[in-house]
Ligand binder design. Structure first.
Ligand SMILES: [Zn+2]
Length: 252
């Protein structure tokens, strides 16, 4: 049985974009059931089985992912590897290779997918509040420009299901967030990080009509893993949602 994706955002012929929900995997609680992360305490064979289901669902042979650290290191994939790879200390991935899936693992953080249809280049960015502060989105767009000559105005962006303004409470925001984020405070101590990402994408030159926001809050929706919900309900141990972008193997 193929794994359904709740959120396939691409209508472009040679592009695959998907965020998987937490259903139709093989992991047991508290990772039930489509946990994509090896780093949260789940059984490795179950995580691999889940990843295989995702690859099968999307028709992807190779998956590139990272042990993300809320930093701003960006990895450029040149040659397609012979096997799946998970890189250390990376929070954004980019390539112009076909048939390779770039995967972000997240539970409340945003996965931001970037596609330049002119240069046929893609990127996947992991962005939590720390990523917003260190501007990883803008750095990734700038690196697409330097590596692939991508013009920001050609790039389309999709922001995955992630923590919504309804649940983005930051009681230490005066220490953690720059004052420029105050404009995105929706009520006392609550911030709209979907709009912060949209603003940062526009700041680096993307057209507003090419930016889509899923608008689904992972902390509210039972369909997705959520770190904040896991904290509310107990010890914070939970799985990770997976968001994948890929240029299809055969150009149509
Ligand atoms: Zn919410």
């Amino acid at each position: 049985m193929l794994t359904p994706c709740t959120h396939i955002t691409s209508s472009v012929p040679d592009l695959i974009q998907a965020t998987f929900n937490s259903y139709h995997g093989v992991s047991a609680a508290p990772f039930a059931s489509l946990n994509g992360s090896f780093g949260v305490g789940d059984c490795a064979d179950k995580v691999q089985a889940n990843r295989n289901r995702m690859k099968q669902a999307l028709g992807i042979n190779r998956l590139i992912s990272a042990r993300q650290v809320h930093g701003d290191q960006i990895f450029r994939l040149g040659e397609t590897p012979d096997s799946d790879q998970e890189l250390d200390g990376i929070d954004a991935l980019m390539t112009d290779r076909r048939g390779v899936g770039l995967m972000i693992q997240h539970a409340d953080c945003q996965a931001i997918l970037l596609h330049d249809p002119v240069q046929s280049a893609i990127a996947a960015v992991h962005c939590g509040w720390r990523g917003s502060v260190i501007r990883i989105i803008e750095k990734t767009v700038e690196m697409m420009n330097s590596c692939y000559q991508s013009r920001p105005e050609d790039i389309a962006a999709s922001i995955s299901p992630s923590l919504g303004p309804c649940c983005s409470e930051f009681i230490n925001h005066r220490q953690e967030l720059p004052t420029s984020f105050q404009a995105f405070q929706t009520r006392s101590n609550y911030f709209d990080f979907w709009q912060i990402s949209r603003f940062q994408l526009m700041e680096v030159g993307l057209h507003p009509e090419k930016i889509s926001v899923a608008g689904i809050c992972t902390s509210c929706s039972p369909d997705f893993f959520s770190y904040r919900r896991a904290i509310r309900q107990g010890n914070g141990i939970t799985g990770r949602n997976c968001t994948i972008i890929s240029l299809t193997a055969t150009h149509k």
